[in-house]
Design a protein around this ligand. Structure first.
Ligand code: C5P
Length: 221
């Protein structure tokens, strides 16, 4: 069977990474979490005390050394050899990442890297601009959405499970701000590709969403 290229885009908390990871596991494909790559740069900016302006982030982009690896079905993220898998999920990084992701030079470096990672096919890649910019020829494009209240609830559960104390209303506000920044940026904004299949996961279970994607794969193969 032909190895497919699957692009999954959508706003924060729509369930992209959970669903993409499971679909990749079932298909025996590689899962590529592009949000983790942008988060790694935001973490690096915080770590090095670099301002999230164009010039400074372009500087980081030029010496970018982000690596994704897969251990026991989990994505590991490293910058310059340092494992930052957990560190990129903190609220501080979440607050900064959409600013960092606006820098055109960084997006350009990421685009090349992500295309290279998908070049062999057999990948599920999730992000914001995969179907529109990174892999416009993907075999299947999914645009996952969910109501903002549901997305905030999912993130709240995730962060609370990790031991963070966080107010749901604040999280909802933060997610709305990040969506706005992602949708309104000039380069590669968050938007559904014209040929993407829109899936609203507000009332859909993870298993049902994965099933939908697997059925689409069967149709395309
Ligand atoms: O997917 P996740 O929520 O981890 O992504 C974090 C941030 O990275 C997004 O809010 C967005 O600003 C940026 N991003 C992007 N393009 C992608 C993936 C993520 O701009 N393809």
């Amino acid at each position: 069977m032909k190895p497919l290229i699957i692009a999954i885009d959508g706003p924060a908390g729509a369930g992209k990474s959970t669903v993409a990871k499971l679909a990749a596991q079932k298909l025996n494909y590689t899962y590529i979490d592009t949000g983790a790559m942008y988060r790694a740069v935001a973490w690096q900016a915080l770590h090095e005390g670099v301002e999230p302006n164009n010039r400074e982030i372009a500087g980081l982009a030029r010496k970018l050394d982000v690596k994704l690896s897969y251990v026991d079905g989990k994505t590991k993220v490293a910058v310059a050899g340092q494992d930052i898998t957990e560190a990129i999920r903190t609220p501080e990084v979440s607050r900064l990442v959409a600013k960092v992701a606006q820098v055109p030079e960084l997006r350009d470096v990421m685009l090349k890297l992500q295309r290279e990672m998908a070049s062999q096919g057999g990948v599920v890649m999730d992000g914001r601009d995969i179907g529109t910019h990174v892999l416009p020829n993907a075999d299947i494009k999914i645009f996952l959405t969910a109501s903002i209240a549901e997305r905030a609830k999912r993130r709240w559960r995730e962060l609370t499970d990790k031991g963070y104390t966080i107010v749901l209303a604040e999280l909802e506000n933060e997610i709305a701000c990040r969506d706005k920044e992602d949708c309104e940026r000039e380069v590669a904004p968050l938007i559904a590709a014209a040929d993407a299949i829109q899936v609203d996961t507000t009332h859909l279970s993870i298993d049902d969403t994965v099933e939908k994607i697997l059925n689409l794969c069967k149709e395309r193969q």
